[in-house]
Design a protein around this ligand. Structure first.
Ligand code: SF4
Length: 245
């Protein structure tokens, strides 16, 4: 039987040693989404139809049984969002967290789905799940332009607030950075709800990338993160980025 828990490659490896994709497709429709390219399909196709992967739970059960007790965290998900609207119907995320927890495997979530994720707080607490929220903007106008069908900024911050209050380990992925001032404002404004930060630059959109002074952003981000007092990780691309001549 084909495995569903896999080792991410390249940049994704900086996020997690293991990962799991629950759905084929993602209705959040982010303009910068790399998933259609990875899956050799069009943005339109990937963002318009969302279906559970075939036999997913059975395959996950088999993988988790074989990997019982593996200490590496499994990230849900890279190529779709575990708390997109389709999960209201299928509830695969809840079932996946139950399976992983039953086999003493650790999970980490990465979502733009907002407070929809609160329904699984009981499992997150029970199985020490790390809850990650993607947040690169503070204004909802910018969010709506780049992540049109994802949860609003306010809803994602509300998720962080509630999770933090509930004692769940929270982290934020500030990636891709498209508007540096907005990304810095995310770190400054919401730091009290966040235990860990990951910051990464925009890739694959050359025209916008060239217009950003990455060393200046990196310096300001490190300063803001140091002030935030939480642990953080700056992705390799951002560490290596030079000023555009
Ligand atoms: S949430 Fe992730 S997978 Fe979904 S559209 Fe946005 S970038 Fe793509």
């Amino acid at each position: 039987m084909a495995r569903v828990i896999y080792k991410p490659r390249g940049r994704a490896r900086e996020y997690s040693p293991l990962a799991l994709n629950l759905y084929r497709g993602c209705s959040h429709g982010c303009t910068y989404c790399y998933a259609p390219g990875c899956m050799h399909t069009t943005s339109c196709a990937w963002h318009s139809t969302v279906t559970p992967r075939e036999g997913l739970l059975k395959k996950l059960e088999a993988d988790a049984r074989e990997m019982e007790g593996d200490p590496r965290r499994v990230l849900l998900c890279f190529l779709s969002d575990p708390y997109q609207p389709a999960d209201d119907v299928h509830q695969l995320t809840r079932q996946a967290l139950e399976i992983l927890g039953r086999h003493r495997m650790k999970a980490q979530i990465l979502t733009k789905g907002g407070t929809r994720a609160c329904r699984d707080f009981d499992l997150m607490r029970q199985h020490d799940v790390h809850l990650g929220v993607s947040l690169s903007f503070v204004t909802d106008e910018a969010r709506a332009k780049w992540e049109p069908e994802a949860a609003s900024v306010e809803d994602r911050v509300e998720l962080l607030r509630r999770a933090h209050r509930a004692g769940i380990y929270t982290w934020v992925s500030v990636e891709p950075v498209i508007l540096p001032d907005e990304a810095l404002a995310v770190i400054r404004r919401f730091r009290r709800y966040v235990r860990f930060w990951k910051v990464g630059k925009l890739n694959h959109m050359r025209d916008i990338e060239r217009g950003i002074d990455w060393p200046a952003f990196r310096g300001a981000a490190v300063k803001a993160l140091d002030r935030a007092g939480a642990d953080y990780y700056i992705k390799k691309d951002l560490l290596a980025a030079r000023a555009t001549p």
